[in-house]
Design a protein around this ligand. Structure first.
Ligand code: SAM
Length: 364
């Protein structure tokens, strides 16, 4: 059946849809020449857009519980430099579908996913908040990093003030971070289970970790410079997460910060102009004995897909930043394939129990 005939079918009418063309080819056929000419370096992101729209269309033809089978072709079929990671199982399953399995077949990776049967998810929340259709929200979310990157290239901020204005006013992160919420939920919930006490989630985005941590028993303050994502977080707490709304406080500015047992700062330090100053500020708000949980891929993602990561920070390390502020390194963990660094503010011994400056071991 040609795609035009499938497109004419009613939404939600199929139990099984098998796409027998490799997804890369779908993307290339649709728009390759046009995209190369217009977008140059960003071409793979826009091809991802084409694949994404195609998958969205396929997905909407399925009944709840219906199965989509698609495959990525052999790497050899891709032009040089296009063997990007963007076409993985996630690209089908993050549509809200339940992943079934991934197999080898048709000389490539075969992916099976079922249409979700859950009542609602974060995509629905964004659709309701923005007034966009669910499928448009899905499309933007599926593009993930590319969606944000495209907005950044279009705004073309060239100095610190323009970069800050982008973070403050853009709604790009609404979509990228919702995508992460859907695909990373298991890992983020597992992290939330390790956190405790009074907590600050700095650079909280759409509030995924804040909500999961409150569900796990923390009392959470969030701060983020992004006005749109903060407004969305306030809205979703009231509308969809009323059970934890009194345990998540969306702060309006850093002057409202308190003192915390736990501070998380995930995927933020590589974006800010002065990570050293941010670390000093976070440390000041950490209780003695409190823990700091950090993720920041300073040099791993300096690619066209991540133009928001500042190359000037490429040499920084998280343990180096901890040492700079006087925190101890507790250890390393993993969060969705990223290194997660855990530090602790040392507990100073009370003055009365401190050892004297000079200690003699000689017997009296
Ligand atoms: C890649 S997102 C990470 C969001 C969230 N921590 C997560 O892991 O899902 C980066 C976040 O940092 C925020 N951000 C960037 N610069 C900031 C600043 N100067 N102060 C506070 N937040 C900032 C952005 O608005 C965005 O929400």
């Amino acid at each position: 059946m040609a795609w035009g005939e499938v497109a004419a079918l009613a939404d939600g009418s199929l139990d099984l849809l098998v796409v027998t063309t490799p997804l890369e080819v779908v993307g290339q056929c649709n728009r390759r020449e046009e995209l190369l000419a217009v977008f140059g370096r960003q071409v793979s992101g826009v091809i991802a857009d084409a694949v994404c729209s195609f998958l969205n269309d396929c997905y909407t033809k399925l009944r709840p519980g219906g199965v989509l089978v698609a495959y990525r072709g052999a790497e050899a079929a891709l032009p040089d430099g296009w063997s990007d990671e963007w076409l993985t199982l996630d690209w089908v399953t993050s549509n809200g579908a339940e992943p079934l399995c991934s197999l080898q077949g048709f000389n490539g990776e075969l992916v099976l996913a079922a249409r979700r049967t859950r009542e609602h998810d974060a995509y629905d929340e964004v659709a309701e908040f923005t007034g966009l259709s669910r499928s448009e929200v899905q499309r933007r979310c599926l593009l993930g990093n590319w969606w944000t990157a495209d907005r950044w290239y279009a705004a073309n901020p060239t100095n610190a003030a323009e970069r800050e204005a982008f973070y403050r006013t853009s709604d790009a992160y609404l979509f990228e971070l919702t995508h992460w919420e859907v695909v990373d939920a298991t890992e983020r919930r597992a992290l939330a289970g390790k956190l405790s006490g009074r907590m600050l989630e700095f650079g909280a985005g759409v509030g995924t970790l804040a909500i999961f941590s409150a569900e796990a028993g923390c009392d959470v303050d969030t701060y983020d410079i992004g006005e749109r994502t903060s407004a969305f977080l306030r809205w979703r707490l009231k509308r969809r997460h009323a059970d934890v709304a009194d345990r998540v406080h969306v702060l309006g500015g850093t002057e409202e910060l308190g003192v915390y047992d736990t501070i998380t700062c995930l995927h933020v330090l590589e974006h800010v102009e002065d990570p050293h100053a941010l670390m000093r500020m976070l440390y000041e708000h950490l209780m003695p004995g409190g823990k700091l949980w950090l993720v920041a891929p300073f040099r791993e993602e300096l690619t066209e897909k991540h133009p928001l990561h500042l190359a000037a920070h490429a040499q920084l390390t998280l343990d180096g930043l901890l040492a700079e502020v006087g925190a101890d390194l507790v250890g390393w963990d993993q969060l969705s394939g990223y290194d997660l660094c855990v530090g602790r503010r040392p507990v100073e011994a009370p003055a009365a129990t401190r050892l004297p400056e000079t200690l003699s071991l000689a017997r009296p």
